[in-house]
Design a protein around this ligand. Structure first.
Ligand SMILES: NC(=O)c1ccc[n+]([C@@H]2O[C@H](COP(=O)([O-])OP(=O)(O)OC[C@H]3O[C@@H](n4cnc5c(N)ncnc54)[C@H](OP(=O)(O)O)[C@@H]3O)[C@@H](O)[C@H]2O)c1
Length: 321
């Protein structure tokens, strides 16, 4: 059985410690391989699947819904989000995902037009009852499921118009109707922005967190961004500095650039920093799933993890971003 937790904010909901982020799912080019990836994540014990109305230009929800309908619904949890809708033109292109991407890659003017439209749509957002209702109805249709486990406000920023009271009433009504089990906000860290606080004690926080954060949020939460960007940064530094790599190898008792050492350490750090919560992990390669799962079954020693934190922290403050 996979390792699971229960968020105090949602005592009826059991969620796996490692969740699978589906933002990049459509980078896997065939539907068969996408299903295989989701099946493999499930098989490795990642039983929570994180989607959003906007992922894959609107196409990811239906893929994950198809996967979930082939399973015992009680064996997995699904979170989706509202508030960033794929722009209307992008939704149309989403149905032709691969050709659309190829077109955008080939034609710079089309790419610029899409960028302009996206950045206008994303400049300042409103999160209210009408937007939540419309998006959630669409999510349930796309997923083709009776209920969603968690609905998140998607990526609010300072300056956005967030109607917390009417959103909480909406969430409660959806829960009473059996369409939703829990809710919250999914966001980057923004100093001074406390959306989760404005949503009351039932709200779950999903937040970007990395080993470089000097102050991490306390309490059970869902974290994302723990692996990709930090891995790229640390690997680039170690590759460009053999002396540093040697120093790390001495301290860790292992070459940080060998195999999946760095990935395992970053995931172990994230799991250890959020003991009562869930860590999201993402890949488009099924063969990387066992690496992630192995961190729960066979974590690095505390000594190695402590050494890694010292090395990553010291290095990150010494080198400008
Ligand atoms: N504001 C929001 O609400 C928000 C924002 C961002 C993300 N999210 C959610 O969080 C999920 C995870 O986010 P994330 O993209 O930041 O995930 P992540 O797990 O931190 O990073 C994913 C990246 O790590 C790479 N990777 C995976 N295994 C690796 C390994 N063993 N060695 C080296 N690199 C490896 C992947 O490359 P390959 O794919 O090539 O393996 C991918 O590029 C998203 O999918 C989404 O569901 C939410």
């Amino acid at each position: 059985m996979p390792e699971t937790i229960v968020f105090p904010q949602a005592p009826d909901l059991r969620v796996s410690r490692l969740g699978f982020g589906c933002a990049s799912l459509m980078r896997v080019t065939s539907a068969r391989e996408r299903l295989h990836l989701l099946d493999s994540a499930f098989g490795q014990g990642l039983r929570h699947f994180d989607v959003a109305r906007m992922y894959g230009l609107g196409a990811v929800e239906s893929e994950v819904g198809r996967f979930a309908r082939g399973r015992d619904r009680d064996q997995l949890t699904i979170a989706t989000k509202f508030g960033i809708d794929p722009a209307r033109g992008l939704q149309r292109l989403g149905r032709l995902q691969q050709p659309a991407r190829e077109l955008l890659n080939r034609v710079p003017s089309a790419r610029q037009a899409v960028k302009r439209r996206s950045s206008a749509a994303m400049s300042s957002r409103r999160y209210d009852l009408a937007i939540a209702q419309r998006s959630f109805d669409r999510s349930l249709r796309e997923l083709d499921l009776d209920y969603v486990d968690i609905l998140f406000i998607h990526d609010p920023s300072p300056g956005d118009d967030i109607r917390s009271a009417e959103l909480v009433a909406f969430f409660e009504a959806q829960r009473a109707a059996g369409k939703l089990r829990a809710w919250g906000v999914s966001q980057d860290a923004h100093p001074g922005l406390n959306v989760v606080g404005s949503l009351g004690p039932s709200a779950i926080l999903q937040i970007r967190e990395t080993i470089f954060d000097t102050e991490r949020t306390s309490g059970p939460r869902m974290t994302f961004g723990v692996l990709g960007a930090p891995h790229e940064l640390l690997a680039a530094r170690l590759q460009s500095d053999p002396g540093l790599r040697h120093h790390w190898s001495d301290r860790l008792g292992a070459d940080p650039l060998a195999g999946d050492t760095l990935a395992r350490l970053l995931l172990a750090d994230a799991l250890d920093a959020n003991p009562g919560g869930t860590v999201l992990f993402s890949t488009i390669r099924a063969n990387r799933l066992p690496v992630a799962a192995s961190v729960l079954a066979d974590p690095p020693s505390l000594e190695m993890l402590t050494g890694f934190r010292d090395l990553a922290g010291a290095r990150s403050s010494a080198v400008p971003a």
